[in-house]
Design a protein around this ligand. Structure first.
Ligand code: PHB
Length: 401
């Protein structure tokens, strides 16, 4: 695929395939649209099934499957196929992997990824090709700002959206000097940047930003540095297996006893059983909390547990909502994947009760959502309050198809 793409552009390839398809259709198949309707709908999933984000990819996928099963395993009356590809959370492989799904598999819909660097490459190609795409985790701000496209939707969050409110909240708590620490890639940098924006606006100051190569988990030297800097608090973003390691090391090094730990909610989401007592008392902000007493959340958590034997987390919620959007849009067009404008409109206007709260899109196809303040208490991300209601990413819209 790669060497082929070096000499033949994606567009040429698509054009040639389409022409070959038409020629054979003219010879053998009189009613192309009817045949197209009968074929399985293909949904490509570019998600991490290995590495530090593997658990995130599995929960997104399994919750999508649950949502689709609850809808009778049909999309607009048609059978479908999920084409799963391991992204390995590797931006260097993201363009080739996206091409495998769009050009190779000719998927009707594309979804994923978890990693912001993978999302930038994926969204760029999806925008060029017009493939209807639902980003089910990655928070890269650009995806719903400057790279925004009529065919690009997000069911998760922007990196700015979940972290700006924590800046305001920490200043409100009287904290003045903070150190932030994260992995050195788009998501980490945008999250600590948004936190800093909120914190400094409210009078706080960030004394040091520590960046660690992704996905390294050797934190000892950084923890020694943090202890020496003696800030009022630390703000961190890590996720998946890396978050488990960071929170445990933070406690075991003795730093936690002196310097309270705050972070983006991913630091303690889906990770609490593995973090144990080390996570107690950690404060985070996120667009979801396990213990939200909403009927849709209680129902979803119960169904996910029955289907997988695991507890749902924010990633599962995002996968489930991705399925909800697909189901509603495909119902609207009665399975006609060619009705792009109608599909886009149906996704923009979809209304349903997400486990996180009422579903609503901004003009940039990013969800408008409450950001909760949570504290880990007795192994649960307990909701302390709403850090900020109806947070909308500053993206201003991407125009219609
Ligand atoms: C991201 O790279 O955008 C990302 C990854 C994992 C998370 C959140 C954001 O938990």
């Amino acid at each position: 695929m790669r060497s082929l793409l070096r000499t033949i552009s994606r567009r040429d390839l698509l054009r040639q395939t389409a022409v070959a398809g038409l020629a054979s259709a003219a010879n053998f198949i009189p009613a192309v649209p009817a045949i197209a309707q009968k074929a399985k709908v293909k949904v490509g999933l570019l998600l991490p099934y290995s590495g530090t984000y593997a658990a995130l990819g599995h929960n997104i996928t399994d919750a999508m499957k649950l949502g689709l099963a609850e809808a009778g395993n049909k999309l607009g009356g048609r059978d479908f196929e999920l084409v799963q590809l391991d992204s390995e959370a590797d931006p260097a492989k993201a363009a080739a992997n996206t091409n495998k799904l769009i050009v190779g598999e000719k998927v009707d819909f594309l979804s994923g990824p978890v990693h912001s660097g993978v999302a930038m490459a994926m969204a760029k190609i999806a925008r060029e090709e017009g493939t209807l795409t639902i980003v089910s985790n990655a928070g890269a701000n650009a995806v719903t700002r400057e790279m925004c496209g009529a065919n690009i939707f997000r069911t998760s969050f922007s990196n700015w959206q979940v972290c700006f409110p924590m800046g305001t909240e920490m200043a409100r708590r009287g904290l003045k000097r903070v150190v932030s620490v994260t992995w050195n890639y788009a998501a980490g940098k945008e999250m600590i940047g948004a936190f800093r924006e909120g914190f400094e606006k409210a009078g706080g100051s960030v004394v040091k930003e520590i960046l660690i190569p992704f996905p390294n988990v050797e934190f000892q030297a950084n923890l020694t540095e943090i202890a020496a800097l003696k800030p009022d608090a630390v703000f961190a973003f890590f996720a998946g297996a890396g978050a488990v390691k960071f929170v445990k090391d933070y406690a075991e090094s003795g730093v936690k006893a002196k310097i309270p730990l705050y972070g983006a909610g991913f630091l303690t989401d889906g990770t609490l059983p593995a973090q144990g007592a080390a996570a107690e008392g950690v404060f985070t902000t996120l667009h979801y909390a396990d213990s939200l007493q909403l009927p849709a959340n209680l129902r979803f958590r119960d169904a996910f547990k029955k289907a997988t034997g695991r507890d749902a987390d924010v990633y599962a919620v995002q996968g489930y909502d991705t399925a909800q959007l697909l189901i509603r849009a495909m119902e609207k067009v009665k399975g006609d994947t060619g009705a792009t404008k109608e599909l886009i409109r149906a996704m923009e206007e979809a209304k349903f009760d997400s486990p996180r709260g009422a579903w609503r899109y901004s003009k940039s196809h990013n969800p408008v959502q409450d950001v909760y303040l949570r504290e880990v208490r007795n192994g649960d991300n307990a909701v302390v309050g709403v850090a900020e209601k109806e947070v909308s990413d500053p993206g201003t819209g991407c125009g219609m198809a």
